[in-house]
Design a protein around this ligand. Structure first.
Ligand code: ADP
Length: 225
């Protein structure tokens, strides 16, 4: 009788999932990368960020962001519900601790697309996570991407570009750095980091019979010694 194969890609019995932090300057391709890795990697989802920024054309409430009023945001953060929050370009952004815990309890890795201030807040709270920074291949490429996204007026595009070097200088505080030149290879790199982490000794999937078998074998040797 052939045994059912246990897929090493699914995470349902792996215990708590991992927090995966993705930071980088606006326009570097974080959302694009996040979408690509989620589409190609089982067991990783995105926690939807809460924001007071108005939706851009095409953005869907509850899927791209939870769009909420400043009052509702402050009420949540005052109640300690935000794992991290930050003000970016005069709008508030935050990640719900409840949402993240709920997803991790299901064994899912949770991708947080947050800026360096948010990531720093997590580090300060000693939140264990994979901290990943995304850089553009050059400033010119970053500017070109911001322009091709057509989401900003010239003034806010200039602001984004002006603060980009300060943001990018933070890359040295991260565990991993991905240069998003070719999207496909950047996606592969992100996927490789997430998958390799699932093989860490401390995070091994112990559902496989071999672990109980080895424990039994070790126990027998000790008792017969
Ligand atoms: P962020 O979420 O970091 O602000 P986006 O994911 O919105 O950035 O990407 C900004 C723009 O750059 C989008 O138009 C996206 O299609 C484009 N983009 C992302 N990655 C690449 C890449 N590797 N090469 C070229 N364009 C890219």
């Amino acid at each position: 009788m052939s045994k059912p194969r246990i897929s090493n890609d699914t995470t349902s019995d792996r215990g708590h999932g991992r927090i995966v932090v993705l930071s980088g300057p606006s326009g570097v391709g974080k959302s694009t990368l996040a979408q690509a890795v989620i589409a190609s990697t089982p067991g990783i989802v995105r926690s939807v960020t809460y924001t007071t920024r108005p939706p851009r054309p095409g953005e869907v409430d509850g899927s791209d962001y939870h769009f909420i009023s400043p009052e509702a945001f402050l009420q949540r953060s005052g109640a300690g519900e935000m794992l991290e929050s930050a003000t970016v370009h005069n709008y508030l952004y935050g990640t719900s601790r409840l949402d993240v815990d709920h997803l991790r309890q299901q064994g899912l890795d949770v991708l947080l697309v947050i800026d360096y201030q948010g990531a720093a807040a997590l580090r300060q709270q000693h939140v264990e996570a994979l901290y990943i920074f995304v850089l553009p291949p050059s400033m010119a490429a970053l500017e070109q991407r911001l322009r091709q996204r057509h989401a900003d007026h010239e003034a806010s595009l200039r602001t984004r570009l002006a603060i980009a070097p300060t943001e990018m200088a933070q890359y040295q505080d991260y565990d991993y750095v991905i240069v998003n030149d070719d999207l496909k290879s950047a996606t592969q790199q992100l996927q490789a980091i997430v998958l390799a982490d699932r093989c860490c000794l401390s995070r091994l999937d112990r559902r496989y019979p071999i672990f109980a078998e080895l424990d039994g074998w070790r126990h027998e040797r000790v008792s017969s010694a």
